[in-house]
Write a protein that binds this ligand. Structure first.
Ligand code: UD1
Length: 379
């Protein structure tokens, strides 16, 4: 029996894990062979009900077998704590494969432990095969913690699964052997396609009293929300947009902390055309994207989800590690200059947003491709 251990830690990981869980279950149901044993480890990087548990429920992911309960901390302490707590778990379970997704601190922490672990001598492997799902994305901005996590995780992984064709050339340039890389499509989109019908049943619009067209906003990148000089103009810009169209803004805990510390929260709350909400569950948020006129965000995954749902997305960043969403999809890479944001958002509200196409292999079957390759690689 093949033993796969998957790591999840922070909110965007859960949608990616859900695709792998489903593909493993499908394989096990269809196979007369012993099948795959899937062990799920949650690092506890995200721990609030709204940032974690609600995703497991919405996505039908089984409860994690192990929760490391690390919680929040500086980059160094969070990463180190995950590593310390994960090492004994890996030694106890000795899986054949360690599968990590995305680019959060949990991803690099567990990858690094696995690369140096030494299984007991009676085990058939010295260490697990390390598999990185969503490899090869590059923003070329090393001030982003996620970019550092991506580069490091890719450099010590044994099998790398990519979402965009360009990823291969990024990896080759960094010295990764071509035969380790497999272009399989996008597991996050697998999960979206799986749940989009169910999301229609969400009553979130009634719950939030949304009764007119709206722009959906999310912000959480440290570069946008951690400093007053950056956050204040962005909030002023939202107040300008709110004069054109209602805004729905589910606020990430990092962003809420900053808004409150800088005294910016009250003004948003007082604006009758801005609806502030707590972080939302997967199905509720999917419903809100689907019905939005425009999505304004600094998230990575939302650039992909809007592309597939054909909703124009205004990305408040200077770069993106997901260029296919701009070249093929509905994404506009706008930056944080208020005049540019207003120009892009106004054009979209007037009906001039791009339609876009669906990128290659974003067809709902990436998880199945991954599981097939894992089965043949781990023999
Ligand atoms: C992390 C990821 C980022 C991802 C984002 C999605 C890294 C380096 N960053 O950023 O790539 O896009 O998740 O949300 O891994 N907090 C809570 N409750 C929680 C979790 C966090 O209140 O359940 C608060 C804490 O104050 C914490 C802060 O949010 O200090 C930031 O959390 P952290 O996990 O450090 O980073 P994110 O900004 O969420």
């Amino acid at each position: 029996m093949l033993r796969i251990m998957s790591i999840a830690g922070a909110r965007p990981n859960f949608m990616k894990l859900a695709s792998i869980v489903r593909a493993v279950e499908q394989h096990n149901n269809a196979s007369s062979e012993p099948g795959i044993k899937h062990i799920i480890v949650h690092t506890g990087q995200h721990y609030d009900q709204k940032m974690s548990d609600s995703f497991f429920i919405d996505l039908g992911i089984p409860n994690p077998d192990i929760n490391l309960e690390v919680g929040s901390g500086s980059h160094a302490s969070q990463t180190a704590e995950i590593m310390k707590r994960f090492e004994p778990v890996l030694l106890e379970e000795c899986p054949d494969i360690l599968l990590v997704v995305g680019d959060v601190n949990s991803t690099i922490a567990c990858t690094l432990v696995a690369a140096k672990i030494e299984y007991p001598s009676n085990h058939k492997r010295r260490r697990p095969i390390i598999v990185h799902v969503e490899a090869g994305l590059r923003s070329f901005d090393r001030d982003m913690p996620e970019e550092v996590n991506r580069i490091l995780a890719d450099s010590i992984s044994d099998l790398l699964f990519t979402t965009e064709e360009q990823c291969l050339s990024h990896l080759q340039r960094e010295g990764v052997a071509t035969e380790k890389v497999h272009f399989v499509g996008n597991v996050m989109i697998d999960t979206l396609m799986q749940h989009v019908k169910k999301a229609e049943l969400s009553t979130i619009k009634e719950k939030l009293n949304i009764d007119k067209p709206y722009a959906l906003v999310t912000l959480h990148r440290p570069s946008n929300v951690d400093r007053l000089e950056t956050l204040q103009p962005l909030m002023d810009c939202l107040e300008q947009i709110a004069k054109l169209q209602q805004i729905v803004f589910p606020v990430h805990p990092r962003t809420k902390n900053s808004l409150q510390n800088f005294g910016l929260y009250q003004s948003l709350q007082n604006n009758t055309n801005i609806i502030l909400a707590a972080p939302l569950g997967y199905l509720d948020f999917l419903k809100l994207i689907k019905d939005a006129t425009v999505v304004i965000t600094d998230s990575g995954g939302i650039q992909e989800e809007t592309t597939v749902l054909k909703i124009p997305c205004v990305t408040l960043r200077e770069n993106t590690e997901r260029p296919v969403t701009v070249d093929v999809g509905t994404n506009y890479l706008i930056g944080t200059e208020p005049a540019r944001i207003m120009e892009a958002v106004s054009a979209i509200i007037q009906g001039n947003g791009k339609q876009g196409d669906i990128p290659p292999l974003w067809d709902g079957h990436a998880g199945e491709r991954i599981v097939q390759i894992l089965l043949s690689s781990a023999l």
